[in-house]
Design a protein around this ligand. Structure first.
Ligand SMILES: C[S@@+](CC[C@H](N)C(=O)[O-])C[C@H]1O[C@@H](n2cnc3c(N)ncnc32)[C@H](O)[C@@H]1O
Length: 208
């Protein structure tokens, strides 16, 4: 991994993903989390202030050491026990059925094999466990113009943000992995150009 991906990208993400508009979405997506929680793509811990009190433990999975260091103050300030439980969402170092819930925010765009990561999340969730997600991806069917721009810009985005894709069909990926989506809101993020802000926010249940 080069200097840019290792040192610069996590800092850009900390700033870009730390905007006020994103905070509202973080609050929404964290609502209802409880018990032992897995967070994949923990980044710089921007969700930590929004963990509900009912969360007792968080295993954070994050490959970037810089991201983890940037998270230090947020982790130190929370009463929730947070530890870096792993480095790669595609191969989780946890036993089957070990988490009550999981959280993924703007991460499925970046994990190289996001389908494998979703299978892993299902494996480690208890039957009936929930994945809370907010992800950007392919614009809704019908928004062909936005989709065209996403295809044009996808390669550039991947280069600038270390593998971030604009065209992943998030909802289809979740259902293909066997999740049952019980809550879903599809919208364009305020303040973001449409190709970068086609979001899906919701809850997916792992039926076991
Ligand atoms: C756009 S950032 C989002 C960070 C954070 N979830 C947030 O909401 O601010 C994507 C994150 O996915 C992480 N990531 C990349 N590959 C990964 C992998 N294989 N497993 C887990 N996380 C990964 C990146 O290091 C980065 O922190």
């Amino acid at each position: 991994m080069g200097f840019y991906a290792e040192q610069v990208v996590p800092r850009i993400i900390n700033v870009v993903c730390g905007v006020k508009e994103a905070e509202l979405l973080r609050r929404r997506v964290c609502e209802g989390l409880e018990g032992k929680v897995l967070e994949i793509g923990f980044g710089s811990g921007l969700n930590v202030p929004f963990y509900p009190e009912a969360v007792t433990w968080v295993d954070a999975v994050e490959p970037s050491d810089v991201g983890w260091r940037l998270a230090h103050k947020r982790v130190a300030a929370t009463s929730v026990h947070v530890e870096r439980g792993g480095l790669d969402g595609q191969a989780l170092p946890f036993a089957d059925d070990s988490f009550d819930a999981a959280l993924s925010t703007w991460t499925l765009c970046t994990i190289p094999d996001a389908d494998a990561a979703l299978r892993e999340v299902r494996r480690v969730l208890k039957p009936g466990g929930t994945l809370h997600f907010v992800e950007h991806g392919l614009a809704p069917a019908g928004d062909e113009n936005v989709r065209r721009w996403q295809r044009r810009l996808d390669h550039l985005e991947q280069r600038l943000l270390d593998g971030c894709h604009l065209t992943r069909p998030i909802v289809d990926m979740l259902t293909t992995a066997g999740f049952v989506i019980t809550d879903l809101d599809v919208f364009y993020e305020k303040g973001a150009p449409k190709p970068f802000g086609a979001d899906s926010l919701g809850i997916a249940v792992s039926p076991g």
